[in-house]
Structures are given as structure tokens and as C-alpha cells.
Design a protein. Sequence first.
Length: 193
Amino acid sequence: MRNSMLFIVATLLTFSCNPHPAKTDIFGKNATGNSINKEIQFNWLLDFNEKSTNTLVHDKRFEELKEIVIPDRNLRLLGFDSTLKRTFTSVMGGPPNQVKIDTTQNYLVASACRRGSCSEKGFIWFDLLSNKGVIAIVNHFPTKDYSDQPHLYITSKNYQSQTELREMVISEIKAWLKTERLTIPQDYWTFDF
């Protein structure tokens, strides 16, 4: 009897003191598939998985997402002065790609190109748990003059430097550029934090 009590106590201590709790995904499930109540502020984004980026961009709630991610700046990325939010909306408003939600790493990726000028493109990466995001814009106006070589502008309101970005952000940007058949040397990448 005493040995069985010691075994039960040892077992309970082992499982209750686990310093490595099970990782949960955005659906609030851990590796064993057990539900865990985890509130996600932007859980409405989950409805857009594998849907057109245009449906996401035209959803009124997308404005709140832009407010959280995009810095308040005026730039000349499309050949004219504009707010960064307006520029981003423009490059996300043309022919779209599908929204992708990675349920194991808990992030969303959406991209599209500018209507009438598909060489200019937009991209957003958003972490569904931390509510942090990054945008990227392919443009031909790194200065006031047009450039045949596309440039990539990357920014965020949520990160202070390029080194703070999660590796998967850069990996997703590179994968997006490859899918779009764009070769933009890293010398033409501008990080603006």
C-alpha cells in the first residue's frame, strides 16, 4: 500500500510540475488535440484561410489590423506622396493571392498586387497570438525617380529593428517573392522601423 501511494504521489508531481507546457495552436488545442480556452483578439481572421486576399482587405475589420501594424508615415513608394496605410491598401487591392494561415506557427500571410500595375505588390504577415505584424511593398520608386529594378520596403509598427523579426517573417517574404517570380537582391530591401 505504501509503495503504491509513493508511486501515485511521484506520478502526480511529475505531471503537475512540467516546466514545458504543451504548445497550443491558434485554435486553442495542444499537441494532443485537447482544447484549451485561449482568447485570440483577431480570431475573425481564421475565417479567411484559403480565401481571396480581396475578401480580407474589403472586410471593415481589416482597418483595425492596419492600424495595429502599419506606422503613420507619408512616403512616395508608388510615384506620388501618400500615407503608408493608403499605399498599402492600394497594393493589396488588385489581383489577389489566397490568404494562408499557418495553424502550427500561429500566423497569417496575405498578398496581392496593385490594380492596373501588378508589378507593385503588397504583403502582410501577422502573428495571431502576439498581435504583431509586418508589411512589405514591392515598388519602383525608392527615390523620386522610377527604377526598372523593383525594390522591397519592409516596415512595422510592432518591431523596432530588423533583428527583432522572427526568422519565419523573412522566410515567408522570400517564399512570396519566389512565388511571384521576383528577384530582388537584398541590397534593394529597405527595412524602416
